[in-house]
Design a protein around this ligand. Structure first.
Ligand SMILES: C[S@@+](CC[C@H](N)C(=O)[O-])C[C@H]1O[C@@H](n2cnc3c(N)ncnc32)[C@H](O)[C@@H]1O
Length: 318
């Protein structure tokens, strides 16, 4: 996959930083992680299967193939659990991930600048569900960056099943590691900002890698309570660790203004429902999902008594 990334990236403006990204990624892939042999074995098993073409048939990223051994494929893919992002369908095998990513995609896709021929960065890409959608939409290259190694292996598992994969890649990198060069036409940061201790720094880093006039799609958790500009959770939020700040819509807008982003537009605010986030048999032994994160007597509150998850999507330009 790294060699295919090299081939693709060097024919784009990412040529300038390609070697650096590959060095950092190789280092991250070599990190000591006891699960790697299991994940690599799963990929080896998947390589035996037939490949097929990739398209988007809502809600699935769909691989049309044939003569798949469903039992073996399911077993191999389940060695890579939990599957948070998706869903995917390979021949008849429905990989129903915890999240219906298609619902987020449909909220934003008609509002953003066309991705055709664009150099796109998907920060915190998870297993690359959206990165694939960006590439299918015609991006010259869609680069997902995701520090969590398992999700990189999930991306590779799916890629292994695709005949002529699109120009989508996921590398085990953090935004902080991407050289500060203004090379990306469109940058997505979805579900990442609330995990950052320093929201200003994250927004600044996003801006640093965008070319002038480039577009940012920022999706994050917000609150809408009268006269409350932000909540800083003391412990967990909806059982999640590392949720540092939940801004109001106005506060988030101010943060973007403070970083001098232009044409700031709110696209959408949606409360997360159990249609979009649910427990499936692809999430492994810890079968908790949204309904377990909410107050059983009041679905407007989390189990910790804070406002239930609501997500906003903003777009703006550098
Ligand atoms: C909640 S998931 C969102 C996944 C996907 N973007 C989506 O919208 O469904 C956030 C992901 O961001 C990754 N992440 C957190 N901090 C990051 C950073 N500084 N740079 C890149 N990825 C990061 C996490 O590992 C996690 O997989």
């Amino acid at each position: 996959m790294i060699s295919e990334f090299y081939k693709c990236a060097t024919s784009t403006q990412l040529d300038l930083i390609c070697a650096q990204l590959i060095n950092l990624s190789t280092h991250a892939f070599n990190a000591n992680n006891g699960n790697v042999p299991k994940w690599e074995q799963a990929i080896e098993q998947i390589k035996i299967q037939n490949t097929g073409s990739l398209d988007f048939i809502t809600p699935y990223l769909n691989i049309s193939t044939h003569n798949i051994n469903n039992l073996i494929l399911e077993k191999s893919l389940k060695q890579l659990m939990p599957w948070r992002k998706g869903p995917y369908k390979i021949d008849d095998l429905q990989l129903d991930s915890e999240w219906r990513g298609d619902m987020k995609w449909h909220r934003l896709t008609s509002h953003i600048k066309p991705l055709k021929d664009k150099v796109v960065l998907d920060v915190g890409s998870g297993n690359g569900y959206f990165t694939y959608l960006m590439a299918i939409s015609g991006a010259e290259i869609a680069l997902g960056i995701e520090p969590f190694l398992l999700f990189n292996y999930q991306f590779q598992a799916i890629r292994t099943l695709i005949n002529k994969p699109p120009n989508a890649f996921v590398l085990p990198l953090r935004l902080e590691e991407i050289p500060k060069k203004p090379l990306f036409d469109t940058v997505f940061s979805m579900g990442v900002l609330y995990h950052q201790q320093d929201h200003r720094l994250h927004l600044k880093q996003l801006k640093d890698v965008m070319r002038p006039g480039g577009e940012l799609i920022l999706e994050t958790l917000i609150i809408d309570l009268e006269k409350v500009d932000k909540i800083i959770p003391k412990g967990r939020y909806a059982k999640m660790r590392n949720v540092y700040c939940l801004p109001s819509e106005n506060t988030l807008r101010t943060w973007l203004e403070d970083e001098a982003f232009k044409n700031i537009k709110l696209l959408d605010i949606t409360k997360t429902t159990s249609k979009e986030q649910r427990a499936t048999h692809w999430i492994g032994n810890n079968t908790q999902s949204l309904k377990d994160f909410l107050d059983p007597n009041n679905s407007n509150l989390t189990i910790e008594g804070l406002p239930a998850p609501k997500r906003a999507i903003f777009i703006c330009q550098k």
